[in-house]
Design a binder for this molecule. Structure first.
Ligand SMILES: *Cc1c(COP(=O)(O)O)cnc(C)c1O
Length: 367
């Protein structure tokens, strides 16, 4: 079976060498040396922001909402993983959906201002598939209306805009290091901030709100362990190679699928892309289901990601978003990870081509 992704695991001896240290120190969590080392190496990799390692990307988003004291309405994207909306609801705020751009599938910055009301406190947008939101426009809107900006950067690790890590835009960016992501720690995530003061607040929020016997604010447990940090330390030096291999496979897919009636998100100019996913957009949902089925029959697992459009969630219905609803019914992510053999890329693309160009059996005329 070929899955849509496949988690990289470092050589076991390398991980075990970190375990040896954990066994010697007998410190398993609560800001151990491996966690502090990972945070500082992540900060260096990202160009110097304050990085707080968390137990997952979803709690990082929740910590962001808490850290910025958000209330009322949060303008958000309907085209994301469900967690982007669920954190807003979980924190007792109201998601207000703004439709996405035809090109990048990220929130359409030109439609944000029309959705702002006196109750709006922030914009929470996702860098979909690692493509950047229009960070410059969004910053200008936020300044004009005194709104906070949080990015869901779960897909964005490794992408750069104007030479700067995409994870360093906005007031705060949450990242996921889940096993399925480009850089992972098994489970894990991070909240990326710009000042020591904010990093301290996030540290307190993720550590039950107290330091020793000093209880300073309401907090929760969003910490992560030495074991997860160790995995991250093994992975981080390999990210550049992962991205280079992904870029080659991406090009190969494109070449093999050339000439078919497929659409792709458009890569904005001037970015360094991380090649996080390989989404293709079919002409209609029936075609998508047909190809997904054909791939499944050949033991290939392609995923509808993202589906449904979040404004159609039964527990958070929202404004109609025609572009997101349309894309969500037609987009399929093909298997895509550095260890995927080029031969399999050719085979998968060949199946898509065969499926799209095969002559459907003509129903016999019964009249
Ligand atoms: C994976 C993902 C999340 C959730 O991250 P976890 O680490 O699994 O909690 C949130 N948003 C997006 C866009 C994601 O892809």
């Amino acid at each position: 079976m070929i899955y849509v992704t496949h988690s990289y695991l470092p050589p076991l001896e390398e991980y075990v060498s970190y375990l040896t240290g954990i066994w010697e120190r007998n410190q398993l969590t609560n800001n151990g040396p491996l966690l502090l080392e990972l945070e500082s190496r992540l900060s260096a990799y990202l160009g110097g922001p304050r990085v707080q390692f968390t137990s997952n990307g979803t709690i990082a988003l929740q910590l962001a909402i808490q850290a910025l004291n958000l209330t009322g309405e949060i303008i958000t994207t309907p085209f994301s993983y469900v967690a982007t909306t669920s954190v807003i609801l979980w924190e007792k705020c109201t998601p207000v959906y703004v439709d996405i751009e035809e090109d990048t599938f990220c929130i359409d910055a030109d439609k944000i201002e029309a959705a702002i009301t006196p109750r709006t406190s922030a914009i929470l947008a996702t860098h979909v598939y690692g493509y950047p939101c229009d960070v410059v426009k969004i910053e200008a809107i936020a300044q004009r209306h005194q709104l906070k900006v949080i990015y869901d950067g779960a897909h964005a690790f490794g992408t750069k805009v104007a030479g700067r890590s995409l994870l360093t835009y906005g007031d705060l960016t949450a990242c996921s290091f889940h096993a399925t992501k480009l850089f992972h720690t098994g489970e894990g995530g991070a909240l990326i901030a710009h000042t020591d003061e904010m990093a301290k607040k996030i540290w307190l929020l993720k550590s039950f709100g107290h330091f020793g016997d000093d209880h300073m604010m309401l907090g929760i447990n969003g910490k992560n362990s030495e074991f997860h940090a160790a995995l991250g330390l093994c992975m981080l030096p390999r990210v550049t190679d992962f991205i280079a291999t992904r870029a080659q496979l991406y090009q190969l897919y494109h070449n093999e699928l050339a000439g078919l009636a497929l659409r792709y998100p458009v890569m904005p100019a001037g970015i360094e892309y991380n090649y996080a996913y390989f989404p293709v957009v079919f002409e209609n949902e029936a075609q998508l289901l047909d190809i997904k089925q054909l791939l499944a029959e050949n033991e290939i697992d392609a995923r509808r990601y993202f589906f449904p459009s979040l404004n159609n969630l039964p527990y958070a219905p929202g404004e109609s978003c025609p572009v997101a609803e349309d894309i969500a019914t037609r987009v399929l992510c093909l298997p895509f990870y550095p260890q995927l053999p080029p031969m399999q890329v050719r085979r998968i693309a060949g199946l898509v081509r065969a499926g799209l160009t095969r002559k459907l059996p003509v129903a016999p005329c019964t009249i």
